[in-house]
Design a protein around this ligand. Structure first.
Ligand SMILES: Nc1ncnc2c1ncn2[C@@H]1O[C@H](COP(=O)(O)OP(=O)(O)OP(=O)(O)O)[C@@H](O)[C@H]1O
Length: 265
């Protein structure tokens, strides 16, 4: 359903700061797959997410979704196809607007004629019903400004907003990294519930090896702009973080994965 074919992205081409962020990346994602993505700093994870979302265009290569070539579509054109949650809980929601106003915007996303930002009782009922799934009591706080919510509550709301219209692809960009362990776990549980409920095709970047191994049904490791490991569900289930580090070393011909953020998780 998602096909990334030979995608190449270079920053500062032709200068001393030239950096190949994605090097001829090929990836086919089947409908309903839930892929976790790990990789060292600067491996190209965010660039890959940006290229899928349309926030960045590749230099060469193509992206297609359900057989439709979207390579040159901008982010707003892909908005109806893609939902995204960022690391920063502030990024996915509008703090000065109420919960119901935020949800109304999410509901209208991807519509060609965005005339339906208003909130009526019918929508309120839908919002309450959806918010109940988050188990945060937000269904009773529709008129609360989002800026007053905790980071975890905002991330839960972002997740709901990103999946409200059942996007073709859900992108999760280290969406639990800024939360304390308890709130992070809440978002992990919620993510699994929402993805399972809508059978969403999902790509989740994480720095947490346990999350990468325990969530989803396929694991990719990026390094130096390329996919160096593509681990299927059956194998992933048997692996521990140490096995993943070993697999990295083998793929890199003995190079060790020496990143503190990983070793601490
Ligand atoms: N706008 C940009 N201009 C120049 N270089 C960039 C730009 N964006 C990314 N890069 C470089 O491209 C490479 C890949 O960056 P990217 O942000 O995709 O890595 P990442 O895997 O997400 O890393 P991290 O885990 O540290 O967020 C890095 O070397 C980065 O410095």
């Amino acid at each position: 359903m998602l096909n990334i074919a030979g995608v190449h992205k270079v920053f500062n081409a032709g200068t001393v700061n030239e950096k190949i962020a994605l090097n001829n990346v090929r990836l086919q994602v089947k409908s309903g797959e839930f892929i976790t993505v790990i990789g060292s700093n600067g491996a190209g994870k965010s660039t890959l997410m940006n290229i899928i979302s349309g926030g960045m265009l590749p230099d060469t290569g193509s992206i297609s979704i359900d057989g439709k070539d979207v390579t040159r579509w901008g982010e707003h054109q892909r908005a109806g196809l893609i939902g995204r949650v960022f690391q920063d809980p502030m990024a996915g929601t509008a703090p000065n607007m109420t919960i119901e106003e935020n949800l109304a915007i999410a509901l209208a996303r991807g519509e060609k004629r965005k005339l339906s930002f208003g909130v009526n009782n019918q929508k309120r009922e839908l919002f309450r019903e959806q918010l109940k799934l988050l188990d945060q009591g937000l269904e009773n706080r529709l008129k609360t400004k989002v800026g007053f919510l905790s980071g975890g509550q905002r991330q839960a709301l972002s997740l709901l907003m990103a999946t409200f219209t059942e996007p073709k692809i859900l992108l999760l960009d280290e969406h639990t990294a800024a939360l304390d362990p308890k709130r992070a776990q809440l978002i992990v549980d919620l993510t699994e519930k929402i993805v399972e409920r809508h059978k969403l095709t999902t790509i989740m970047v994480t720095h947490n090896m346990d999350q990468a191994l325990n969530m989803g049904n396929r694991l990719l490791m990026l390094h130096d702009g390329g996919i160096i490991l593509d681990i299927p569900d059956e194998k992933k289930r048997t692996m521990k973080p140490q096995d993943l580090l070993k697999a990295f070393e083998t793929a890199r011909g003995g190079e060790t994965f020496s990143e503190d953020r990983f070793l601490l998780t």
